[in-house]
Write a protein that binds this ligand. Structure first.
Ligand code: SF4
Length: 569
């Protein structure tokens, strides 16, 4: 990798200051921001007062959303692996290596991973590449399934709910500006009930907080909505508390609607309730709209031996897929487009330097289903070692002989094709997405269907036993996979750790400042311990994003573990 300075030659760049309107890349709320450039490099962000999403507000994450752009460790040239080393090569040479690499595999032996961090246009072009250039069967299938994902409700509708439930979600830290709408609802006398294993800021702001064991969302809903006290033991809640929550919900239901927040797309069906899935990445909604099924490509990987990965760091983020790292080792040819060298790129044969959100244009669809444009900064020539993901794929496809199909000259042309092929985007013009607040998906759809695929995979959660007596839950809090947030000095101040209740720690002879060995039936890690009384007894919690103490090695959300004090020999 080259190590040249991030600062461009001042002769090559404009010396004036510029402001470019774009969308924050750090969560799926989709706040509108201005990136400020000075003397050719990005120097900060300012909130957009005209955006109906954030109305001039910005959270701490958004305020630091520019810092990673100027990092010296950005990948600055295509790299090809020769033995154990990566050698910088030209784009043409990199495309030639990729075409040759893919030539050894049949279409269905090649897996492609899009990303909720990339634009709709990036993801659409990747799917088209899979279908048209490689002929992958899964890509043909995806286009049909993608029609199932329907629009959700607007944030402004939250304030009309009478009861708001947050199940195992830390809204206040993970999606800070979404919180504004819940406060509005509380002001109008809505009750906010949250259930989680930890007392987080979200729990503190609730009208009723239920510190529960990890349960399926359907199970805890059943207990609260039906006042089913027989689930009290399983949930680790007192019968009185379940009854109290039930009474509050029943009273609220008489007055109006019930809204349930929860992480991810695996939304349960529950009559009379509106579910609002909270997506982590800035364009998870768009990703689902384009691909139809979020993680199938990972789950169906057993017959794949080549991988093309665009954005994201699944070694960290796919912590519930049985260890993507194990999968990555199995691929004999791996191509990765990214901004930085990550744990995943270590497994690559070819690495391509991708543009960050600041250096490309296109659209993100936020968790409401609102499609908004992002714009390349006016000083983007300072970062021209990187290319937008869609452009890289188009150039690769053209180098493989598919010139006409991938001859887009702008994201607008790709968006116009998305409109024709993804029914949720029908009727939205490029101009609509440029307006403050953009445009909602599903314009042409009659029904307001809030649910993605109704087929929810029911996984039975492991329960503690003598060998693994503690639950382990995971979450993200303020940081994500850390590929970008971990490179934002204003945000990254922590190290990986396991959080335990003080009584659980004491029983094991573990004290504040100690190191622990955490063992599950799938693996083990050593990490710092954070002792608190704010986590449910019998449950431990780990942030999912640290590469050194990453719970993906223990596999899955809500697994069970053995924790002991660790001393280095
Ligand atoms: S709430 Fe989310 S989108 Fe808005 S500024 Fe914060 S991180 Fe960015």
């Amino acid at each position: 990798m080259t190590t040249s300075s991030p600062l461009p030659d001042t002769a090559d760049v404009p010396s004036f200051n510029t402001r470019t309107k774009t969308i924050c890349p750090f969560c799926a709320v989709g706040c509108s921001l201005y990136l400020t450039c000075s003397n050719g490099i990005v120097t900060g962000v300012e909130p957009d007062f005209r955006s109906p999403v954030n109305e001039g507000c910005i959270c701490i994450k958004g305020g630091h959303a520019w810092e990673f752009i100027n990092r010296e460790d950005r990948i600055r040239s295509p790299l090809v692996r020769i033995g154990d080393r990566f050698i910088p090569v030209s784009w043409e040479e990199a495309y030639r290596c990729i075409a040759e690499g893919f030539a050894s595999f049949s279409a269905n032996e090649i897996m492609l991973l899009g990303s909720g961090l990339c634009t709709n246009e990036d993801n659409y072009v990747l799917l088209k590449f899979a279908r048209e250039v490689l002929g992958c069967e899964f890509a043909l299938d995806k286009q049909k399934k993608a029609q199932n994902f329907a629009p959700q409700m607007a944030f402004s509708e939250i304030s009309s709910a009478s009861v708001i439930l947050s199940l195992y979600d830390n809204i206040l830290e993970e999606y800070p500006l979404l919180w504004r709408y819940i406060i509005e609802a509380q002001k109008k006398e809505a009750v906010f009930i949250s259930a989680d294993v930890r007392l987080t800021l979200t729990g503190r702001a609730s009208d009723l907080f239920l510190q529960a064991y990890p349960l399926q969302r359907e199970e805890i809903l059943k207990a609260l909505v039906n006042g089913d006290v027989s689930l009290a033991k399983q949930a680790g809640l007192s019968e009185d508390l379940i009854q109290k929550a039930h009474d509050m919900i029943t009273k609220g239901r008489k007055k109006g609607s019930v809204l349930v927040f929860g992480p991810g797309y695996d939304i349960p069906e529950y009559k009379g309730f509106t579910f609002f899935p909270t997506f982590r990445e800035c364009n998870t909604h768009g990703f689902l709209d384009i691909y139809g099924v979020p993680s199938t490509v990972v789950r169906d990987s057993s017959h794949c031996y080549a991988l093309y990965m665009m954005g994201g760091n699944p070694v960290v983020s796919h912590f519930s897929t049985g260890g993507i790292k194990k999968h990555l080792k199995r691929f004999s040819f791996v191509v990765i487009q990214d901004l930085f060298i990550t744990k995943a790129t270590r497994h690559a044969n070819v690495i391509l330097p991708a543009a960050s959100f600041a250096e490309k244009s296109g659209t993100f669809t936020n968790m409401e289903g609102r499609v908004q444009q992002i714009h390349s900064i006016q000083c983007s020539s300072a970062y021209d070692w990187a290319k937008p993901d869609w452009k890289i794929i188009c150039e690769l496809a053209q180098s493989m002989g598919f010139r006409d199909m991938f001859s887009y000259s702008s994201p607008q042309e790709i968006f116009e094709e998305i409109q024709e092929n993804v029914s949720l985007y029908e009727g939205i013009s490029w101009k609509d997405t440029q307006n403050p607040g953009g445009a909602f998906t599903g314009k042409g759809q009659k029904e307001h269907k809030p649910i993605f695929e109704k087929k929810v995979e029911k996984k039975s959660l492991q329960t503690p036993d003598l060998r693994y007596p503690l639950w382990l839950a995971t979450g993200i809090g303020i940081l994500h996979t850390m590929t970008r947030t971990g490179r934002s000095p204003g945000l990254f101040k922590e190290e990986g750790y396991i959080m335990m209740h003080s009584d659980d720690a004491k029983e094991r002879g573990i004290y504040q400042g100690d190191t622990a060995r955490v063992v599950s039936r799938y693996g083990q890690i050593v990490c710092a311990v954070r002792i608190t009384r704010e986590i449910k007894r019998g449950v431990t919690w780990m942030p999912a994003y640290f590469s050194k103490a990453n719970p993906s090695l223990l596999t899955g959300n809500y697994t069970t573990v053995w924790v002991s004090r660790y001393e280095e020999k």
